[in-house]
Design a binder for this molecule. Structure first.
Ligand SMILES: Cc1cc2nc3c(=O)[nH]c(=O)nc-3n(C[C@H](O)[C@H](O)[C@H](O)COP(=O)(O)O)c2cc1C
Length: 209
């Protein structure tokens, strides 16, 4: 065989081999792409967030009494009759006074997180010395450090329980309205008497569906 012929055969062989290698690489790359999980689209991401959305339908009853199951809780139960809700009794949480917070034991964030994941926030307070309970006032004082828009649009309901609460209703309601405005929440109403509780219940029932 002539030297030129041999060189041509070698050259063509190299070309064919190179082509085969390139083709193999290409088909491997195609297979790898198919195996990879699909890129998470915005829709998929939103779907993954569904459990949080469900939590948003939750009703949270904040019981600001020293008794988890006293008169204030009973008033709250009447307001929330036939409505699913979660109760948080502030007496069970260590929420430090504003200016005295020590990071390791303070439980403000637990309560605040529950507020953030609820659509309807029902606040129940007993009257102590013609005012809201200290537990509730402390919670409100601490909330002032978290005006970050995370409570915007939530509905707020207030129940006031006392042996003779008439002098306390206006000042307590004023504070809760002020708080609702500051946090861009919707103050729906307050109730003390059975009739008021029944009226407020109807509004809450509508908003909980
Ligand atoms: C420290 C203290 C102060 C109170 N001050 C008032 C008051 O000023 N006006 C009132 O109507 N009731 C007052 N009460 C009565 C409570 O508001 C009332 O017993 C209420 O039903 C208690 O609710 P609870 O069972 O959830 O604790 C006071 C009770 C306590 C413990």
């Amino acid at each position: 065989m002539q030297k030129r012929t041999v060189l041509s055969i070698v050259f063509i062989s190299i070309l064919i081999l190179g082509g085969l290698i390139i083709w193999k690489e290409y088909s491997d790359a195609q297979a790898r792409t198919k195996e990879q999980p699909q890129k998470i689209s915005r829709q998929t991401f939103e779907n993954k967030r569904q459990p949080n959305r469900r939590a948003l339908n939750q009703q949270l009853f904040i019981n600001a009494s020293q008794n988890q199951n006293g008169n204030t809780a009973a008033l709250g139960r009447r307001l929330l009759e036939n409505i699913k809700y979660k109760q948080i009794s502030l007496v069970d949480y260590h929420i430090h006074q504003i200016g005295q917070v020590s990071a390791n034991k303070d439980q403000f964030n637990v309560v605040f997180k529950n507020m953030k994941s609820s659509k309807n926030i029902i606040i129940g307070t007993p009257v102590y010395w013609s005012d809201m309970s200290g537990y509730l006032k402390t919670l409100f004082d601490r909330m002032g450090e978290h005006e970050d828009g995370s409570l915007r649009g939530k509905n707020v309901y207030l129940v006031i329980q006392g042996s003779d609460p008439s002098d306390a209703i206006i000042p307590i309601t004023h504070v809760v309205k002020h708080l609702s405005d500051t946090f861009q929440m919707n103050f729906i109403g307050e109730a003390t008497t059975d009739e008021q509780v029944a009226n407020l219940h109807d509004k809450l029932f509508q908003n909980s569906r």
